[in-house]
Design a protein around this ligand. Structure first.
Ligand SMILES: [Zn+2]
Length: 433
């Protein structure tokens, strides 16, 4: 008899609680280290770390003395690493689609916004999102959660790293998440200010956003190439990466000239730029979901059919470039922009992965962008996102065929996280994300 997810999760948690290594044999072991479709495999984990992952049975020094077979033989299950959403705004509730309610939410006190964000954390882990890279807020939610993650009494929460307040220019796009450079007066001083506040990386707003009504980026970039270069150089001086909000072809050019670490969004990117991003080992985080939402739910913002057609064309073009990027070997990392209008934390990330598969990527290519594609490049403080010896013991077990369709991430699954195992299934209709 195949045990239910909940009872399998309970058995796993009981075994891990005994403090010894637990050996799992699974039908398919997706390690997150490449995009190939895997076969059967073995995992040995304890409450903190993966001791072994591979297609052959573990050596005796990895398992309990005298053990001759796996603790769990799960031939119908696929194991994959816990996922990283590389672009989130935890202070915002993306699933709230009513514009008045969204405005009211922004007026909540920082303490209230922190409480809402805190309520999301365990739910994200149970959904399989075991790490997030925050993309900026000026109310301190990201930095507080980053500090909490690094504290002894953190409870169940994803790995968080955060840039604190993003940096923009006065009277330009982004004031809901950024503070202007003019407050400190120079790129170096603004970067130093964020580092002092506790940032793990520096978020820059190099451009505005797509003018949805006009279907193009109408504003000139906020940060010219030389200024962006000064920001990047200041950040590197503090040992920090730069994550750069950017849409519009000229803005992407500026990001490339400045050799930023990650290009966020990158709408209107072209093929030549993608080749340069690959050659410079920069990262692209395409964030399809927030724009897709705009034309799929025009009733939420009142878009006309013409505007929706423009937005659909922009997203189609973005998806074509995403497929091309994978073909030529650009390092693409998945991020949802969760917290944006219509992009709920957790579910919005799965939606992002579905849209990436829609673009023509294989399910394993998509899962790689959500797991191992970023590990050696993104400057995270811990090793996760791969099923490999010495990485964090955070993984998903599912009997659904996620290696053919990432939509199956929506189905019931087990998430193992630092000795805890979650097997309950929360429907998408539960609010608060
Ligand atoms: Zn964002």
């Amino acid at each position: 008899m195949v045990p239910s997810s909940a009872s399998l999760a309970a058995q796993l948690q009981d075994q891990l609680a005994e403090g010894h290594p637990v050996w799992l044999q699974v039908g398919r072991l997706f390690t997150g280290q490449d995009t190939s479709v895997p076969g059967e495999g073995h995992l040995v984990i304890d409450r903190e770390t993966i001791g072994y992952a591979g297609s052959a049975a573990p050596q005796v020094d990895k398992i309990r003395p005298g053990q001759t077979g796996p603790d769990f033989h799960l031939p119908n299950h696929t194991a994959l690493p816990g996922m990283t959403d590389a672009h989130t705004h935890l202070f915002l509730e993306g699933g709230e689609t009513d514009t008045d309610a969204r405005s009211a939410y922004l007026k909540l006190s920082p303490e209230e916004q922190l409480q809402h964000a805190t309520n999301r954390l365990e739910r994200l882990v149970a959904m399989g999102i075991t790490a997030v890279r925050e993309a900026g807020d000026k109310v301190g939610v990201g930095l507080t959660l980053q500090a909490r993650y690094r504290s002894a009494a953190r409870g169940i929460m994803p790995y968080v790293d955060a840039p604190g307040a993003a940096i923009n220019h006065e009277k330009r796009y982004g004031s809901f998440m950024a503070r202007p450079m003019e407050e400190q007066g120079s790129p170096a001083a603004a970067v130093a200010d964020r580092v002092t506040a506790g940032s793990h990386r520096i978020k820059l707003l190099a451009t505005g956003i797509i003018n949805f009504a006009k279907g193009t980026v109408t504003a000139k970039p906020q940060m010219p190439a030389d200024e962006l270069t000064a920001f990047v150089s200041a950040a590197r001086g503090h040992g920090q990466q730069t994550m750069v909000h950017c849409s519009g072809n000229d803005g992407v050019d500026n990001c490339i000239a400045a050799r930023v670490d990650t290009v966020e969004h990158g709408y209107f990117i072209d093929r030549e730029q993608l080749a340069r991003i690959r050659d410079l080992d920069m990262v692209w985080v395409p964030t399809i979901a927030p724009v897709q939402f705009q034309f799929e739910h025009p009733e939420c913002v009142g878009w006309s059919p013409e505007v929706c057609d423009n937005l659909r064309r922009i997203v189609d073009d973005h998806k074509t470039h995403l497929a091309h990027a994978l073909e030529i070997g650009v390092r693409v990392v998945a991020g949802s922009d969760a917290g944006s209008h219509g992009v709920a934390h957790g579910w919005g990330f799965i939606r992002e992965l579905e849209l990436m598969q829609d673009a023509g990527l294989s399910a394993t290519q998509v899962l790689h962008t959500a797991t191992g594609a970023g590990v050696d490049r993104m400057g995270y403080a811990e090793r996760f996102g791969v099923l490999a010896a010495d990485a964090k013991a955070r993984l998903i077990l599912t009997s659904h065929d996620v290696l053919s369709s990432v939509s199956h991430l929506r189905d019931k699954k087990i998430v193992v996280f630092d000795g805890a195992a979650f097997g309950a299934h929360e429907p998408e209709s539960v609010p608060g994300l």
